[in-house]
Design a protein around this ligand. Structure first.
Ligand SMILES: C[S@@+](CC[C@H](N)C(=O)[O-])C[C@H]1O[C@@H](n2cnc3c(N)ncnc32)[C@H](O)[C@@H]1O
Length: 189
C-alpha cells in the first residue's frame, strides 16, 4: 500500500515543523511504515511506533533499502519504538513531545488525550481512520474501531483545522474498493 495523499500534501509543513522544533514526527501504529517512510525519504525525522516487532523490522529494512544521496542520513533520521499503546494503566506517550503525530487506520480512544498532549504547540496532527459507515463495506466492523460522525472535529475543537473530510474514498485509487473514513489535519494552538 502506498503512502496517503495527505502526507504528500502536508509534506512541506511537516518538514518545516521538524526543522523548527528539532523533534520528530510520530507515525503511531505505523504498520509497514508506508507514511513515515515517505517522510523519511523527504528528510523528515520519524519515530515509527507499533506493537509488532516484525512491522518495525520490515520498516527498518525498507528504510535501509531506499536509495539516493541521503541514504545514510535517512537511516539516522528513523527511530523505531516497539510499544503497546493499549496496555491497561500505561501512559506510553506521557512526557514525550513530537512536532507532529500521524495516525492512519488505528483507533484506541483512551489514547486521544495523550496524543493531543504529546504534540508540541504549533505542531500538527494528521489523523485518518474508518468511520461507522465502513461497516457496510467490510472490516473493521467493531464500533470500538470506528469513528462516529463529527468525532475527529470534536476531538480537535480549538485547533486550527487545515483539512477535514468525512465520506467514502477509493482505496489506492482503486474504484472497486470503497472505504468510509474521516480525516483531519490540524495545528495545535
Ligand atoms: C491497520 S494497521 C495500520 C498501519 C499503518 N498506520 C497504515 O495505515 O498503513 C494497524 C496497526 O496498528 C498496530 N497496533 C494494533 N494494536 C496496537 C497496540 N496496542 N499498540 C501499538 N500498535 C498497535 C498494528 O500492529 C498495525 O500495524
Amino acid at each position: 500500500m502506498s503512502h496517503s495523499p495527505l502526507i504528500e500534501k502536508y509534506l512541506t509543513n511537516l518538514q518545516d515543523l521538524t526543522l523548527n522544533k528539532q523533534t520528530s514526527i510520530l507515525d503511531l501504529a505505523c504498520g509497514s511504515g508506508r507514511n513515515g517512510l515517505y517522510l523519511l525519504e523527504h528528510q523528515v525525522p520519524v519515530t515509527f511506533a507499533d506493537i509488532k516487532e516484525e512491522a518495525l523490522e520490515q520498516t527498518l529494512a525498507q528504510a535501509k533499502q531506499s536509495s539516493g544521496v541521503f541514504k545514510g542520513e535517512q537511516q539516522k533520521r528513523g527511530q523505531y519504538w516497539q510499544v503497546d499503546f493499549e496496555q491497561e494503566g500505561s501512559t506510553p506517550l506521557q512526557g514525550k513531545s513530537f512536532a507532529g503525530i500521524i495516525v492512519f487506520r488505528y483507533l484506541h480512544r483512551p489514547l486521544f488525550e495523550q496524543i493531543k498532549a504529546a504534540i508540541s504547540s504549533g505542531g500538527m496532527i494528521i489523523y485518518e481512520t474508518f468511520t461507522e459507515q465502513q461497516a457496510q463495506f467490510g472490516r473493521p466492523k467493531n464500533p470500538d474501531f470506528l469513528l462516529k460522525t463529527g468525532e475527529l472535529l470534536e476531538l480537535f475543537a480549538g485547533w486550527e483545522i487545515l483539512h477535514s473530510f468525512e465520506g467514502v474514498i477509493h482505496k489506492n485509487n482503486d474504484n472497486k474498493i470503497k472505504q468510509a473514513v474521516a480525516q483531519i489535519v490540524a495545528i495545535k494552538p
